[in-house]
Design a protein around this ligand. Structure first.
Ligand code: FNR
Length: 385
């Protein structure tokens, strides 16, 4: 059973289109895991409302024949000001999704961030795609932090994103309603759901199990590779006592770029700066953690003012070239995008992810030309209404 056909892929015209196609392909429980948010999902819709409200003021009659969307982030040069966000358990959504995303990102010269909650071992991604970035959270214990940081460095990662907005797992009622749980509990309902989606069952369910055996979450210490059926996996949903004191330990042991992910308050941006972080991600986790959280775009400018020389990244709900442009015009250096790339991986692996990247790059190019700005740096000057 092949992935999405080239003709079908050509009908996908923007990042939102991947969601509609993925809804048909994925079992309800798995689609819900990706698409869903916390509580009532108001943060997800609010993220979009805030982005849609922002209007851009274009400049005319400027020479934009040499438009470039290249950016430098943490000393590396990239083709575009966006990247693939870390997403855990992605191999449940698409067989070998981590490899497919890393490979497509590398070919397109954009960053890919591997989640600590991946099913693919970090060494496999780190060694195949040196210079890749890593995102995780840690058990609040110094020896564990030292060991994990060493493992990430030895695997070849150059940037460490500390996921800081997961003190506890959030309330995801859609998962409960659809029967998606971690640890994974096979039920007759789930089996029926999967059987109704044979293309996913063959291309992901069976392939993942045949290739890797029982899926395991690879990268969480102290529990070494717990299976997704194991109750030990509860430990990966967050560590309530993890605090700035533990972030300082990571800073001490990690010599590469350290980025704090999940900042929504200017005071926390200041603390990240004082910690010696190289960057922050202004994020509400795509509406998956605290429902009713502020949208990153509502606080980006105030956070930027506190960020000093740190690199400022932003995410949560960005889908269009104009969204990326709005992020940059409000003070971000680049944007993370999550769900659409995972949907693309589910539909057509590397080929579909490459199309997603290409579509967004094309939109950014058009937007830059229509706004009259040739560089990402110049986008920072674009006025908004
Ligand atoms: C995530 N996200 C996430 N973030 C993180 O730091 N570690 C993780 O393990 C995960 N896992 C995860 C799984 C899935 C299925 C999704 C959709 C998201 C959050 C992610 O990195 C990013 O912040 C949001 O996805 C951005 O919002 P959009 O672009 O998906 O709207």
């Amino acid at each position: 059973m092949p992935g999405i056909s080239s003709a079908r892929l050509k009908q996908i015209l923007n990042l939102n289109d991947f969601e509609a196609q993925a809804r048909k392909h994925l079992p309800r429980a798995i689609f819900g895991y990706v698409q869903g948010g916390a509580d009532d999902g108001t943060t997800i819709s609010h993220n979009r409302e805030v982005l849609n409200r922002i209007r851009l003021i274009p400049r005319i009659l400027r020479d934009v024949s040499a438009c470039s969307q290249k950016v430098t982030l943490f000393g590396q040069r990239f083709a575009s000001p966006f990247m693939i966000a870390p997403m855990g358990a992605s191999a449940v959504v698409a067989h070998d999704a981590d490899n497919a995303m890393a490979k497509a990102a590398r070919a397109a010269r954009i960053p890919y961030i591997l989640s600590a909650n991946a099913i693919t071992p970090i060494e496999e991604i780190g060694q195949s795609y040196p210079g890749c970035w890593f995102a995780g959270y840690q058990k609040p214990d110094e020896s564990n932090i030292e060991r994990m940081v060493k493992r990430v460095a030895d695997a070849g990662f150059t940037a460490y994103f500390l996921t800081a907005d997961v003190a506890v797992g959030s309330n995801r009622e859609n998962n409960k309603r659809n029967g998606y749980t971690m640890p994974f509990r096979p039920t007759a309902r789930l089996a029926f759901d999967m059987a109704r989606h044979p293309s996913w069952l063959y291309r992901t369910g069976l392939k993942t199990v045949c290739q890797r055996g029982v899926p395991r979450i690879s990268n969480i210490d102290p529990v070494e590779r717990p299976s997704i059926f194991s109750s030990e996996i509860d430990a990966v949903t967050g560590y309530a006592s993890f605090s700035w004191k533990h972030a300082e330990m990571i800073r001490r042991y990690w010599k590469g770029a350290l980025i704090i992910k999940g900042v929504l308050s200017p005071e926390d941006a200041k603390l990240a700066r004082e910690l010696g972080a190289d960057g922050i991600v202004v994020s509400n986790h795509g509406g998956r953690q605290l429902d009713c959280a502020v949208s990153p775009m509502e606080v980006l400018s105030a956070i930027k003012a506190e960020s000093g020389s740190m690199t400022v990244l932003v995410d949560s709900g960005f889908r269009r070239g104009t969204d990326v442009v709005k992020g940059l015009a409000s003070g971000a250096d680049a944007v993370l995008i999550g769900r659409p790339f995972l949907y693309a991986a589910a539909l057509g692996r590397e080929k579909a992810i490459t199309r997603a990247i290409g579509l967004l790059q094309r939109e950014i190019h058009i937007d830059q030309c229509l706004l009259g700005v040739e560089t990402c740096e110049a986008l920072k000057e674009i006025a908004q209404a």
